[in-house]
Design a protein around this ligand. Structure first.
Ligand SMILES: NC(=O)c1ccc[n+]([C@@H]2O[C@H](COP(=O)([O-])OP(=O)(O)OC[C@H]3O[C@@H](n4cnc5c(N)ncnc54)[C@H](OP(=O)(O)O)[C@@H]3O)[C@@H](O)[C@H]2O)c1
Length: 383
């Protein structure tokens, strides 16, 4: 069966609407909406229909209402459906080849079609915006980010925003990331030894001790990083970087959960990309791509965007904890061909957030902090 694709623009505090309208002017996002939906069907709630300037050209409109006669009658060019089931049935019976069904809101519609949807076109508006309509719970643990593209503020766009494309239920075995087995254990051992860390390798199929995210992700206990051939290199580096950034007392206590605050988590993500340059055949670009594929999520839209544009606070923490000289050595030491990184100059929002991890069991316990829609006025929490 063809499934539903959701398309939404959401502020950092979950707001999607205000006073029956959009609370921003983002012509870049409207262009994206038009490009994606033209030639297809739109499924919307009655209030979203009323918020539109009129019938959108070259798109079939299916408007949900439980009582069309009580509310303003719908134009005859629209299709009225009294329930989601009726709307989907109508679409399946009438859609042409290749025609897609986009749920375009509002809040209740997203909530009702969430389980029927396999794709999410999510525009993250990088601002806290006042409003009265919120996106419902956004739990992306079983979703996979395919693509993201950041757009900056200009005279036609009130806020910076990032357009992300997510698909549901990506099989983790299909995510092609570099693994420790690809790199080989000798270079890994040498790298970790520079930071007084050891690696303990489990045999294929054997458990990985002290893994927070679940196998095949790496584990950490004291100064030992646990991994297997199929452990993604980004995961091994992530756990190692936690151990590198804590003091001796905290390192001695490390066991499964590295703890630390959001700034430290952000710094770990920066450091793991820098240290990837010291592994032959890996490099920061590869690890950044692997992080995106694995489900790390950054307000800057991608791991590379975060490293280059949005990690000022993380660099500060790295400088404080490692010392400027050590950091300069790490960030410039590059056995591959990539240039040394340039620290971002603009103000950092930080905001690294790890949304999901394939095969994770411990991650399930993080459902609360991974719910992206904070209560109005509440701070976001990172994993
Ligand atoms: N940022 C974005 O991407 C985005 C997207 C869409 C909308 N918005 C904004 O969100 C606001 C409107 O959204 P909203 O959440 O208030 O309203 P809405 O979801 O668009 O419409 C709600 C109405 O839809 C009908 N409805 C809902 N579920 C139904 C079902 N299962 N069966 C039959 N009818 C059903 C009911 O209409 P009746 O009352 O007629 O029965 C209900 O009152 C506006 O501010 C709009 O600009 C933003």
């Amino acid at each position: 069966m063809r499934s539903i694709e959701m398309i939404v623009a959401m502020a950092e505090n979950g707001v999607i609407g205000r006073d029956g309208d959009l609370p921003w002017r983002l012509s870049g996002d409207l262009r994206h909406f038009k490009r994606l939906t033209t030639g297809h069907s739109l499924l919307m709630g009655r209030r979203t229909w009323e918020s539109l300037p009129g019938v959108l050209p070259k798109r079939r409109h299916i408007v949900l209402s439980r009582n069309v006669s009580r509310n303003a009658p719908l134009p005859t060019s629209l299709v009225h459906a009294g329930s989601i089931a009726e709307a989907v049935e109508y679409f399946l019976e009438s859609a042409g080849a290749g025609e897609r069904l986009f749920a375009i809101g509002g809040a209740g519609i997203y909530e009702q079609v969430w389980d029927l949807s396999s794709e999410l076109h999510l525009t993250r508006v990088h601002a806290q915006v006042e409003g009265d309509t919120y996106f419902p719970s956004l739990d992306l643990r079983h979703w996979f980010k395919r693509d993201s593209q950041r757009h900056e503020v200009d005279d036609r766009n009130d806020y910076p925003f990032t357009i992300e494309h997510w698909t549901r239920d990506q099989d983790p075995t299909e995510v092609d990331v570099s693994t420790c087995g690809d790199v080989g254990w000798e270079p890994i051992r040498r790298l970790l030894a520079d930071f007084a860390l050891q690696v303990q390798v489990s045999e294929p199929g054997r458990p990985i001790p002290a893994t927070f995210w679940g196998e095949p992700e790496a584990g950490i206990r004291g100064d030992v990083v646990f991994a297997r051939d199929d452990t993604p290199i980004h995961s091994l580096l992530h756990e190692a970087c936690h151990a590198i950034l804590v003091d001796d007392e905290r390192r001695a206590d490390l066991d499964i959960d590295a703890g630390g605050d959001q700034q430290e988590e952000d710094a770990v993500c920066v450091l793991q990309m820098l240290l990837a340059d010291r592994l032959p055949g890996v490099g920061r670009k590869r690890v950044a791509a692997d992080m995106d594929a694995w489900g790390y999520s950054f307000l800057a839209g991608s791991a590379t965007g975060f490293l280059e544009r949005d990690a000022v606070a993380a660099w500060d923490l790295l400088r404080n904890r490692l010392g400027a000289d050590v950091l300069a050595t790490i960030s410039s030491r590059n056995p591959g061909s990539e240039p040394a990184s340039v620290e971002p100059a603009d103000e950092s929002r930080g905001g690294q957030r790890r949304l999901r991890s394939p095969n994770s069991t411990n991650a399930d316990e993080l459902a609360d902090v991974q719910n992206l829609r904070p209560e109005p006025g509440a701070e976001e929490h990172g994993a």
